[in-house]
Write a new protein. Structure first.
Lengths: 309, 505
């Protein structure tokens, strides 16, 4: 067995998985509370990548930043997450709020509209081509070798660790704080929560803020890892994030993380091992989604839903 | 009504009060809103009421004739280029939206992979009849086979709807569209393609370059070779399909679909075969899209991966929604608006007239009483000249630019709109500001809205002249469509020509 290839795909699968997991978290949180599929989520991720890109440009470009490399990265994360969080709140306020009690199809179509709007606004303002760094040298890129074949770069470590930290913070936020309690209550029963004095609008806005900020973090990671951004990058990534959320069990936060890593690993190993993998990796992910729906619609960690009449 | 509830003696003496009230109340089992619908239709006074009542009196075949008469006339008078851009493409879109109407409008299944069927039809036809594949089946064989094959693919995708419903179905079908695009982009037998069992690498779709040299439609030796021929072929197809759907909609199946749309669970309880109906809707929709694909493939004499994309999906959805989901005639009007308007926008002279015209008409339609829009328009014009004057003094670069493409309005506009020489970054910020102001407008009421409209409109003109007008056929079109979908869903979810749905709780 070629261990070099195996470990290479493992590491790239974990890094990709971190990105998908962060996107999936936004899907799963919004779905848990509103039972709404936010199609625009992938495009928020795209906007996050662009914001990071522009922040870096503003700081002097990837080669000679005005501030220390790690600080530049921190600023990129912070600005992108704040901006996209606000974007998410705005989307909810203007495109979804009025439709909360409309027939199910209305908010979905509205979400589709927002998605295409964001995508083409990016196309209009920032052009159809990839924005590319060329070389990325913010922090000194190094590769560490563990044992004979295990090779990992510090950027990959940064990505994986950041995503894990964000997920821990999110889990604590949902399970330990008052706001988290309000979120769980709203997700359990919106009307009852409202009667108990929880501001449902506030909780929904907050959920959109957090979810979109996580998507933006994923976008920044993508920029740091691959050094590029394009207006259409959000669409496929959004689909995969959703697949990750479904595979893990939609509505479940640990499930979204698990699903994200699974999809990332599947994609990486498909590229390495399956026939036609590098071109058709997305098709394998699609097959997994279908299989999941047929075999276990509630996902790996989700609880089956009972429909009340 | 058997036992009076007010405690009157049950000896048969007439109890007048409650009976009269009961006569006014709607029939049992009929929602009050639905029951009063006819009254409210007739309540329209004046010209509108007369038109509605007249329209209602015409038989359905007459509706079809009225709807199609302008198309027939247009087909005979227009030149080839206009016939293709305004006529044929509109008809193809209408046909596509008609099929989508079956899946989404009748049966209520949110199928976001619909455009893939359009592509499957075109590619299937192309494989059977093109110079690329080397086969040249006559259309009377190739078209039915392509349609049947598309229907089969629709059946397979529809099978997922047994286990997956609502939002999940939407994402599965959207992913299917994505998978289709990836497949046709790569299945050219190249080095990165699959190697199939038994046959090895095969060139199926021509990959990113597309499947070219598709034959024109050739039925029994007679080949359609002109745009006019395709136009009338599509027009007849559309008329036949519309008539067919009219009867399907009124049939047992149509009613069952509607019950499925309103409440799948209740439908199932009423022993309606929900799963079979879902499949039927998918197959029906896919077959129509596939048929449409065969036309489009031979019109373009090629099938290219970029044509079957999410952009087209949004376009078709916008048409179906604008026309009103579930409304059969609405798709034609929706297609006219969604395809015709951007085509008119393509030359910047028309675009300018249309843009400002639409703003003015929209203002007069949306605002009451009449003097408010007048105030807004006069205010905006004055505001513009003031801003232009001030900017000319302090920021000369801001007025130095020129309007793109000469036009009738160019002269006065250059003295009104700020036109920086390099609008790049300023245009971008103005675009953000315009979105923000439009959103704020939805939050304020009364005179505040009227006042705020003045700078918003001026900003809209600025963004239009500096940013949007450049990309009218690309990004701008889709931006407007996306915004349109959001606005329609928020303001009038039933579409312009659809009847409002009643949510019975």
């Amino acid at each position: 067995m070629n261990w070099n290839l195996f470990f290479g795909e493992l590491v790239s699968g974990l890094t990709l998985g971190s990105i998908y997991a962060l996107i999936a978290l936004g899907y799963t949180m919004v779905y848990g509370i509103l039972k709404l599929l936010n199609f625009a989520h992938g495009d928020v991720y795209m906007v996050g990548a662009y914001v990071a890109f522009f922040v870096l440009q503003w700081l002097g470009g990837p080669l000679n930043t005005d501030v220390a490399g790690w600080l530049a990265i921190a600023i990129m994360f912070l600005v992108a997450m704040l901006a996209c969080g606000m974007l998410g709140v705005g989307i909810e306020r203007f495109a979804y709020r009025r439709l909360r009690n409309a027939p199910r199809i209305a908010p979905l179509i509205s979400a589709l509209g927002v998605s295409i709007f964001l995508q083409n606004s990016a196309l209009l303002l920032w052009g159809p081509n990839f924005r590319d760094y060329g070389t990325f040298d913010l922090i000194n890129v190094k590769s560490y070798r563990v044992g004979a074949n295990f090779l990992i770069s510090n950027i990959q470590i940064l990505t994986i660790v950041t995503s894990i930290v964000l997920m821990i913070v999110l889990t604590l936020l949902v399970s330990r704080t008052r706001t988290g309690k309000a979120m769980r209550a709203t997700s359990f029963d919106r009307e009852a929560a409202e009667m108990m004095g929880i501001s449902v609008d506030g909780v929904v806005s907050f959920t959109f803020f957090v979810g979109s900020a996580l998507a933006a973090a994923a976008g920044v990671m993508f920029v740091i890892l691959f050094g590029q951004a394009s207006p259409l990058m959000g669409f496929t990534a959004g689909l995969k994030g959703f697949t990750a959320a479904v595979v893990g069990g939609i509505g479940s936060i640990p499930g979204a993380m698990l699903g994200g890593y699974l999809i990332g690993l599947l994609e990486a190993f498909a590229t390495g091992y399956l026939p036609g993998g590098s071109t058709y990796a997305n098709l394998y992910v699609f097959a997994l989604l279908i299989a999941m729906f047929l075999l276990r619609p509630s996902g790996l960690l989700g609880s089956p839903t009972i429909q009340k009449v | 009504m058997s036992a009076p509830a007010d405690g009157s003696p049950p000896d048969g003496s007439p109890v007048t009060g409650p009976t009269e009230e009961a006569a006014e109340a709607p029939k049992v089992g009929v929602d009050e809103w639905v029951a009063r619908h006819e009254e409210r239709r007739q309540a329209h006074g004046g010209l509108t009421g007369a038109v509605i009542q007249g329209w209602d009196r015409v038989p359905p075949a007459g509706h079809l004739a009225i709807l199609f008469a302008p198309f027939v006339v247009f087909g005979f008078v227009a030149n080839e280029g206009n016939l293709y851009r305004y006529g044929l493409i509109t008809l193809i879109y209408a046909l596509l939206a008609l099929g989508l109407n079956v899946v989404v409008g009748f049966a209520g299944l949110l199928d976001l992979g619909y455009i893939a069927f359009f592509g499957v039809g075109a590619y299937a036809f192309g494989i059977m009849a093109s110079g690329h594949s080397g086969h040249h089946l006559p259309a009377e064989l190739a078209v039915p086979i392509a349609v049947a094959f598309t229907a089969l693919v629709g059946l397979l995708l529809g099978l997922t709807s047994w286990r997956v419903s609502g939002d999940y179905l939407a994402i599965v079908t959207l992913f299917f569209l994505q998978a289709f695009v990836i497949f046709v982009n790569n299945a050219n037998g190249g080095p990165s393609d699959w190697s199939y069992p038994f046959v090895g690498k095969v060139d199926i779709t021509g990959g990113a370059n597309g499947l070219d040299q598709i034959d024109p439609l050739r039925f029994f030796g007679y080949s359609i070779s002109t745009t006019k021929g395709y136009y009338f072929y599509t027009l007849i197809s559309l008329a036949v399909l519309m008539a067919m759907l009219f009867f399907v909609n009124r049939s047992r199946t149509g009613r069952a679909w509607r019950s499925l749309r309103e409440d799948p669970l209740a439908a199932e309880v009423m022993s309606i075969p929900v799963n079979r109906l879902k499949l039927l809707a998918f197959v029906f929709g896919a077959a129509i899209a596939g048929y449409c694909g065969t036309i489009f493939g031979s019109v373009q004499s090629g099938a290219f991966p970029g044509d079957y994309d999410v952009g087209l999906l949004i376009t078709i959805y916008a048409i179906a929604i604008l026309g009103g989901l579930g409304s059969i005639g609405g798709v034609v009007i929706g297609a006219l608006i969604v395809n015709g308007v951007p085509e008119l926008l393509r030359s910047s002279e028309n675009a300018r007239l249309l843009f400002y015209g639409a703003l003015v008409v929209g203002l007069f339609l949306a605002m009451r009483p009449w003097y408010r829009p007048v105030v807004v328009i006069v205010g905006t014009i004055a505001f513009g000249f003031v801003v232009h004057g001030v900017a000319g003094a302090v920021w000369p670069r801001g007025t130095a630019g020129h309007i793109q493409g000469g036009a009738r309005l160019a002269g006065p506009l250059e003295h009104w709109v700020l036109l920086p020489t390099h609008p790049g970054r300023i245009g971008g910020w103005a675009y953000f500001a315009l979105i923000a102001m439009a959103l704020v407008l939805t939050l304020v009421r009364g005179w505040w809205r009227t006042l705020l409209l003045i700078p918003t409109l001026y900003l809209a003109a600025f963004v239009w002249e500096n940013e949007l007008v450049e990309q009218v056929s690309g990004a701008t079109r889709l931006i407007l469509l996306g915004a349109l979908l959001v606005v329609i869903m928020n303001v009038r979810p039933s579409g312009i020509f659809g009847t409002a749905r009643v949510e019975v709780v």
